[in-house]
Design a protein around this ligand. Structure first.
Ligand SMILES: [Zn+2]
Length: 202
């Protein structure tokens, strides 16, 4: 069985079967105590026990964050690798996005790159699709529906498909990697198909 996975900021992963994994946002949650400890360090006297303690505490929190993120990536990639023979993802263009200061922390936090690496290592077949237009195109009819990042739903004015934007993207990713004729329809596609037929009846 094959699946397409779209990774993002709001949802860490949205797949073409309709499963959503929210972004854990570990870093943001723990960032506050981390910053608090970091602020204390310069005020502590050099070589003092308090300074050593603060530095050690900073390292402990840092490590804890790293371990949690790693654990999350391992868990999720194992689930996917066990469930599917083929996993299709979008080629990441991190450098462009990291340049955008608004996104940088979230990107670092969600660590898609590290997740995809683990996925690639664990799954039988790992396919990278070109990331062009996977959000814009309608996954059912191919119609172009440009949308800003704020628009969370894909609404096609041609075939009337209404779907979460990330889910639409994940099906596009799957289609790019494995054309629809060569694979089984995903449960989401099947449900959307029956909706289309109902529209015709009406
Ligand atoms: Zn459409």
């Amino acid at each position: 069985m094959a699946v397409g996975i779209d990774v993002g900021i709001k949802n860490f992963a949205y797949d073409s079967d309709g499963f959503v994994t929210p972004n854990p946002q570990n870093l943001k949650k723990i960032l506050k105590p981390l910053a608090r400890v970091q602020r204390k360090i310069p005020g502590r006297q050099f070589g003092s026990n308090n300074r050593k303690k603060s530095i050690r505490w900073y390292q402990v929190i840092h490590e804890r964050i790293a371990n949690r993120r790693k654990g999350f990536q391992h868990k999720l990639s194992t689930i996917y690798a066990r469930k599917y023979d083929a996993i299709c993802v979008e080629k990441l263009q991190l450098t462009d996005m990291v340049k955008n200061p608004r996104f940088s922390r979230s990107i670092m936090d969600s660590s898609w790159g590290a997740f995809l690496q683990k996925l690639e290592y664990k799954v039988n077949l790992y396919v990278e699709a070109e990331s062009r237009n996977t959000t814009m195109h309608c996954s059912r009819c191919g119609n172009k529906m440009p949308k800003s990042l704020a628009v969370r739903m894909h609404r096609c004015d041609k075939c009337n498909l209404v779907m979460d934007r990330d889910c639409n993207a994940s099906i596009n990713i799957l289609n790019k990697a494995i054309p629809q004729e060569l694979r089984k329809l995903t449960p989401v596609e099947i449900s959307m198909r029956s909706m289309k037929q109902e529209d015709h009846v009406l």
